[in-house]
Design a protein around this ligand. Sequence first.
Ligand code: NAI
Length: 339
Amino acid sequence: QSAIARSSSSSTYVRARAYSSDSVPERKVAVLGAAGGIGQPLALLMKLNPLVSKLSLYDIAGTPGVAADVSHINTRSEVSGYAGEEHLGKALEGADVVIIPAGVPRKPGMTRDDLFNINAGIVKSLCTAIAKYCPHALVNMISNPVNSTVPIAAEVFKKAGTYDEKRLFGVTTLDVVRAKTFYAGKANVNVAEVNVPVIGGHAGITILPLFSQATPKANLSDEDIKALTKRTQDGGTEVVEAKAGKGSATLSMAYAGAIFADACLKGLNGVPDVVECSYVQSNVTELPFFASKVRLGKNGVEEVLGLGPLSDYEKETLESLKPELLSSIEKGIKFANQS
Ligand code: NAI
């Protein structure tokens, strides 16, 4: 009898282990710029993610406090904080996913391109360290202008001999989050069920939500679609103006960044059919980088999906965004190769 009891309890134990966090792979996520407006709530959301086993928080200053604070939350991951460049290597070592919200945000009247002079240099130095300390990590680029910082990262990795186009992502999830929210409001449908792909890039007119493919379907007028498109493109500016000099979107961006990082982790862990929009190296159009739906897998990008059928308005808008997006890409490439 005791033998039966022992064997049943040991099989229960095995089953319990199979479903506990012990069976979820170890994953280290590093957040660079973790003490900032986006970095702090993003650190919180990543601490709540059960797929993360190590959470590494890096900033040039202020990270010990954020790390101590977040580390008291009783969830799976072990938290470490690193402040100052001399600790960047340690922060990155062994990272599976690196999220980069480091750099200055916009103030009223600024475009994302106005941030180029400061953020391009920050991204370049952080990516140089990524190439050295965690060359196989998936990189989630949040720092603006994303249209240029992703090409900068690609050039830095190419120079270091570590570039893998499957592992570099511009985070455009906030555009998707906004498109979903605004569409649900206008179409009067349950926001939790809404899907809207957003393609192109991540700045002003380069952001192109495909409302013709939005689900659930709704009969919106051309005027409504145009207004929704414009609001999605200007969503960031709406927040910048409301914050009146105190920065740009941080809370909604942290949410969007956490969704995208979670999708990357699921892909790495072999969860099938994980699809998110992202700005990646692409041949969906003639532009070398372009945002569209991407299937995520064990190596990062598994497949860059096509655009699907576009309405006449979307076709026209797509053509008109290409020159600006191309010039932002070229600006990034030029910067990376010049300095
Ligand atoms: P913030 O100024 O509040 O925080 C930025 C943080 O980066 C600061 O803590 C700063 O110390 C840190 N930092 C600066 N240089 C660094 C370096 N070399 N290494 C590590 N950390 C460094 O700015 P916020 O609001 O968090 O925005 C960060 C970036 O995210 C901006 O470039 C902003 O434009 C961008 N952003 C992107 C969005 C997107 O959809 N992709 C949406 C909203 C903002």
